[in-house]
Design a protein. Structure first.
Length: 392
């Protein structure tokens, strides 16, 4: 299948250019390698189950099947793992098992996992001040903020992440300006600030911990803390602490901004099964193939959170999103202790459902950043599949 390479840095996040572009980020921006290491991949044996006819409510209110939804929702690939076995795996839009695909904000969940490893080793504590670990952030909106405030996005940093502005391309809007300086959009002659330099231009909007507000640039700070305590580039930290120990099958990569900083909040690409392996480790309390890679306490904290995280999520502008519980350690928790997911715009998912022992990894290229009806339909499909598998 010939790949349409008409995508450019100026159009690659717009439909239809995103359809091929999300598989070829290396052709759009510089990237750093996240090596898998030399060990054998963690096994994901195949045990196919026919899920095509599983039904659930579609966007129009009528019943739709799993197969119909995948075909009509700009799905690029999906892998369903039940009890550690791949029961359904499909590649669309020219993808195959070795294809890398952009994770968008599921990249944040990878950072959250790496953060958990560092905290488990005692390199720093979740309630340590950011400026004690990295004094370079003294005098910024992070004065007085803890690691917890950063990874849970409850720091008081003033930044508006509004995807409705995508159609306007307003260069003065915080999100668009951030994307210009982080490498998602052309600089067009501007002097680059990079992810960290642009962060230093933000003020403080409210007291740390007062409420949750989704702001992607905060995750780049978490990654910088990992670089500081390890004295290594972020990509090498992830390779050493996650990608190798998890037994990933393929190398991954991560975008670099114009100043060669990693774009941690949304720039990572990997293969489908490797994304599923991350979910399998979270389902297994941090263990995969008999190896404890993530601290079990960190995984439990991610899915269970605490009352403060519930209150902060409820306090966000507009109240709790879709009745979900919280945002914790760079995962969205839909049902406390039971259902949680890494989520990325344009339809990226690493969904973990403990009651049914199911993990679903999905890559997509939705026609817009966050089509609420399509996103909700996709999640209903996940739930229907999980319930079907649990009832067998």
């Amino acid at each position: 299948m010939a790949i349409d390479r008409s995508f450019t840095l100026a159009n690659w996040m717009e439909a239809p250019y995103n359809r091929p572009a999300f598989q070829f980020i290396r052709e759009i921006a510089p990237t750093a390698l996240i090596a898998r290491g030399d060990g054998d991949p963690s096994p994901l044996p195949s045990d196919p189950v026919d899920l095509s006819g599983v039904t659930f409510e579609g966007r129009d209110g009528a019943s739709i099947t799993w197969a119909e939804q995948l075909a009509s929702s700009c799905c690029d690939a999906v892998c369903v793992v039940h009890d550690g076995r791949i029961v359904d795996e499909r590649y669309l839009n020219g993808m195959h098992p070795r294809s890398k695909h952009l994770l968008m904000s599921v990249s944040k969940s990878v950072c959250g996992a790496a953060l958990g490893v560092a905290i488990g080793r005692g390199q720093f504590a979740i309630d340590d001040l950011v400026t004690d670990i990295a004094p370079e952030f003294t005098g910024t909106s992070l004065d007085g903020a803890t690691v917890r405030h950063v990874i849970d996005m409850t720091a008081g940093t003033d930044f508006l992440e509004d995807y409705d502005l995508y159609g306007d391309n307003d260069d003065e809007a915080p999100l668009i300006a951030y994307e210009i300086h982080s490498g998602y959009r052309p600089l067009d002659g501007r002097a680059p600030l990079g992810t960290l330099g642009h962060f230093r231009t933000y003020g403080t909007a409210y007291p740390h911990g007062a409420k949750f507000q989704y702001r992607s640039p905060l995750t780049n700070i978490a990654a910088r803390l990992l670089e500081v305590v390890n004295d290594l580039p972020y990509a090498e930290v992830v390779s050493r602490d996650l990608w190798g120990p998890l037994g990933m099958e393929h190398d991954a990569d991560i975008m670099l901004d114009p100043l060669r900083n990693p774009v941690v909040e949304g720039g990572m690409s990997c293969t489908l099964r490797d994304l599923a392996r991350l979910g399998v480790a979270y389902l297994g309390d941090g263990a995969i193939d008999g190896r404890q890679v993530l601290p079990a306490a960190w995984v439990a904290d991610t899915r269970d959170g605490d009352d403060a995280s519930l209150a902060a999520f409820e306090a966000q502008d507009g109240g709790a999103h879709d009745g979900w519980a919280m945002y914790r350690n760079a995962f969205w928790v839909m049902q406390r202790g039971q259902e949680f997911s890494g989520l990325g715009i344009f339809g990226q998912y690493c969904w973990v459902h403990r009651p049914s022992r199911t993990v679903i990894a999905r890559f997509s290229t939705y026609p817009s950043a966050f089509p609420e009806d399509l996103s909700a339909e996709t999640m209903r499909g996940f739930t229907a599949v999980a319930e079907h598998l649990a009832s067998r």
